[in-house]
Design a binder for this molecule. Structure first.
Ligand SMILES: [Zn+2]
Ligand SMILES: [Zn+2]
Ligand SMILES: [Zn+2]
Length: 164
């Protein structure tokens, strides 16, 4: 895992092999301020962990274990509270993959959330990059006179390794 810090404002994270994510702390700071929150070192550490683990869909407990490395005195209650705030202001997505835990990931630069493929044997979660729902969305909007902002779509089944 590499973190390139261009300056204090923007950080570029190397996630997985070739995926680069840039993250503007100034934008997030502004969002937090609008809601009456400050960017504290603890909140910053939590965001760092979520960004550098993009694609891993960490639970609050897993985030807690990783944040403790840089913030040893942080409590699980602070993690829960911060995740709730970040979810409320649209910085992260809270996912439910039916394993009894909420799993978090960064809200990426996408109009609609990507879909998830969930293996019911090994619990692996794979992301689908394409939306593929445009036609369905058009039809639903027309038929039900409803303007679609977003959707959450989960597919359950067996991954290629579990089918061998
Ligand atoms: Zn869509
Ligand atoms: Zn599997
Ligand atoms: Zn995802």
């Amino acid at each position: 895992m590499t973190i390139f810090s261009i300056n204090n404002r923007i950080k570029i994270y190397k996630v997985k092999d070739a995926v680069l994510l840039s993250f503007e702390y100034e934008v997030l700071k502004k969002k937090l301020k609008e809601k009456g929150f400050k960017m504290t070192p603890q909140r910053k550490s939590i965001i760092d962990v979520i960004v550098t683990n993009q694609g891993n869909h960490l639970s609050a407990e897993e985030i807690y274990e990783l944040v403790k490395n840089s913030c040893s005195n942080i409590g699980l209650a602070t993690i829960y509270r911060t995740l709730q705030i970040l979810d409320d202001i649209g910085v992260i997505y809270k996912n439910n993959f039916d394993d009894g835990k909420s799993r978090y990931e960064l809200y990426q630069d996408e109009d609609h959330q990507h879909h998830h493929l969930i293996c019911i044997k090994c619990s692996r979660v794979v992301e689908v990059e394409e939306d593929l729902l445009e036609q369905l969305e058009d039809e639903v909007e027309r038929k039900y006179d409803f303007f679609i902002l977003n959707h959450k779509l989960k597919f359950f089944g067996y991954c290629n390794q579990c089918r061998e």
